[in-house]
Design a protein around this ligand. Structure first.
Ligand code: GLU
Length: 341
């Protein structure tokens, strides 16, 4: 996002007739107001089906926005750590595409929205594959593709690439990993279904461990925003300049996030917020504004679809205040024609 010098404008919201770049103080003000507006919303409940997740403080609420030129804006509990949970799925898919190529990866997982619960024990009947990498069946197929031998090496490779995307060393929360492993019978059922269908190899326990460990990696809102900004910045970390992701593949990951990233709310999200994004049961959501910025939000109270209540409210607010919707007239995105003309 282009940020104009402070003196150019004093508006704090975008004018529909005149697209004026925001100044940094306006960005911060809008983020502060978004935080204040929703901080007392107390709808929703903290996930408990993985017992360790139930320990989250329902009051926590953090927001971070990071631009592709390295500016960072924060509010509330932006530095509170929580496990990444399903938000690991797009990054793992990116890694599978990078390691195996699109054709091979797509032999193991499709890119169709499923309309089913994220943890449903089923395959796409038409293709015989998991519907997409954002449901657990697809994520387990992806975990099987990126696991290594010994299994700790694959987990380390994942944490390593995620740390480069975040710009700081990340780590696994061992107690969440243990809790997830102890209670993950549904995921075990999915994994054995995948083995039976020839989607994953015999290393079922290794694939499960890879997936559980990925889900148990700790992040905060700033990490998520930086990881998202790295994606939006054609794979380069905005501050370190490190090339973390193969930019030719990011569009595929963002396309799947756009259509499948918010559980059973994905269609409404695309309609209302209009950004590639992913949520997780820990209460985080991250969103990418291509070539402009990344957003990370956290609040552990979830709605009936499993999405963070305050997270969704905050993202809607930011998208509308800044004109971030992919098809908003004010969003210049990465338009090739605009560059050529
Ligand atoms: N580890 C969780 C599971 O597979 C991830 C769930 C989620 O965030 O959607 O059940």
């Amino acid at each position: 996002m282009e940020i104009a010098p402070e003196s150019e404008t004093s508006k704090d919201t975008i004018s529909r007739n005149e697209v004026t770049p925001f100044v940094a103080s306006q960005l911060q003000k809008i983020i502060d107001r978004t935080y204040s507006k929703f901080k007392d919303v107390d709808e929703g409940t903290v996930a408990t089906y993985i017992p360790e997740l139930g320990k989250a403080n329902p009051k926590d609420f953090g927001i971070c926005l990071a631009t592709v030129d390295g500016q960072v804006f924060t509010a509330g509990d932006w530095d509170r750590e929580f496990t990444i949970q399903s938000m690991c799925k797009p990054f793992a898919f990116q890694m599978a595409l990078e390691r195996h190529g699109t054709e091979e990866a797509l032999r193991h997982v499709g890119v169709e929205p499923s309309g089913e619960a994220f943890n449903s024990i089923e395959l796409d009947q038409k293709s015989g594959r998991p519907f997409n990498p954002m449901v657990n069946a697809g994520a387990l197929a992806v975990a099987s593709l990126i696991k290594q031998s010994p299994v700790e090496a694959g987990i380390e490779a994942f944490v390593e690439q995620m740390s480069r995307a975040a710009g700081r060393q990340l780590r696994i929360d061992e107690s969440v990993l243990a809790s997830e492993t102890a209670t993950g019978n549904r995921n075990r059922a999915i994994a054995y279904m995948l083995l039976n269908a020839g989607i994953i190899d015999e290393g079922v326990l290794q694939s499960l461990h890879q997936y559980f460990a990925q889900c148990s990696m700790l992040v905060n809102c700033k990490d998520l925003a930086m990881m998202a900004a790295t994606m939006g910045n054609i794979g380069n970390h905005p501050l370190t300049g490190d090339t973390v992701f193969d930019f030719q593949l990011i569009k595929y990951v963002m396309a799947v996030m756009f259509s499948c990233g918010l559980y059973d709310y994905a269609g409404n999200w695309a309609f209302e917020v209009g950004l590639p994004a992913k949520s997780g049961v820990s209460g985080g959501i991250f969103a990418v504004v291509n070539r402009q910025l990344g957003i990370g939000v956290y609040s552990p109270r979830l709605d009936a679809q499993g999405n963070s209540v305050r997270g969704i409210l905050a993202c809607k607010e930011l998208a509308s205040r800044f004109g971030l919707h992919a098809f908003d007239f004010s969003n210049v995105g990465s338009s090739f024609m605009q560059w050529v003309l």
